[in-house]
Ligand binder design. Structure first.
Ligand code: SF4
Length: 238
């Protein structure tokens, strides 16, 4: 079972506020309200998210820890031979692509003139905290290989800003529930997710839709008969 048949833009109706709230409440009953204070480490989050591509959380974390242990600072990663970076992150998979991408991102941040050349840390992204969200999104997605999901992870997890990462689970569950338009491109999914998420509920909606995708609304065989959302779900199976 996929995320459902594509619905053309012209036929799409955004979900009513009341329905979004009802879904949020049912998910809250099952999974609770996630609590995770913003950690204020935007560059750590950015690199961690790059490492998470095409692997599981465990391998991502092993790769991240090895990178931190071996180099100690992002400055050192920037100036290291790319083969050494690649070797450090090998447990995370596609390490050649990721090592080149990480260094390209660090080079781009280092070259940005928001941070004065004399600053002790040229790789400082702390300005994102007080910048308007669209400015932060535009900057982050201008970095090599960084898309809306990665940008949203940085803005939400580092600073609690109004952005919502739409990963494979969130997009699948959101489309099956018709919170998001089935068949919509990723850019539209992120805009739609932001539009239906009240400020302050970004983390909760992201985490609980993701949990529901992992535990119940599986990609191949969603457990519809035991799903707490089956009554409101237009994609439920018998
Ligand atoms: S009823 Fe639940 S498990 Fe089934 S498709 Fe809908 S959200 Fe997914």
């Amino acid at each position: 079972m996929s995320a459902g048949a594509t619905i053309p833009q012209a036929q799409w109706r955004r979900p009513a506020r009341r329905r979004v709230t009802a879904i949020r409440d049912r998910l809250r009953d099952v999974y609770g309200v996630p609590i995770m204070a913003p950690h204020e480490q935007p560059l750590d989050e950015l690199i961690l998210t790059v490492l998470s591509q095409s692997t599981n959380d465990r391998n991502r974390d092993v790769a991240y820890e090895r990178l931190r242990e071996r180099f100690g600072s992002w400055e050192a990663v920037l100036h290291a031979p790319v083969e050494e970076v690649e070797e450090a992150i090998r447990p995370g998979g596609i390490s050649k692509v990721k090592s080149e991408r990480i260094q390209a991102i660090l080079r781009a941040i280092d070259a940005d003139d928001r941070v004065p050349p004399t600053a002790p840390d040229r790789l400082d992204l702390a300005w994102l905290k007080d910048a308007p969200v669209p400015e932060g999104q535009a900057y982050l997605t201008s970095l090599p290989g960084v898309g809306r999901k990665t940008a949203a992870c940085v803005l939400l997890f580092a600073y609690g800003l109004h952005d919502v990462p739409v990963d494979t689970h969130v997009s699948r569950v959101g489309m099956r529930l018709h919170l998001l338009r089935p068949g919509a491109p990723f850019e539209e999914l992120h805009d739609a997710m932001l539009a239906l998420t009240p400020p302050g509920e970004e983390l909760e909606l992201h985490v609980n839709l993701l949990r529901h995708g992992r535990r119940t609304c599986h990609a191949r065989r969603p457990a519809c008969p035991s799903c707490v959302l089956r009554r409101t779900c237009p994609s439920r199976q018998a």
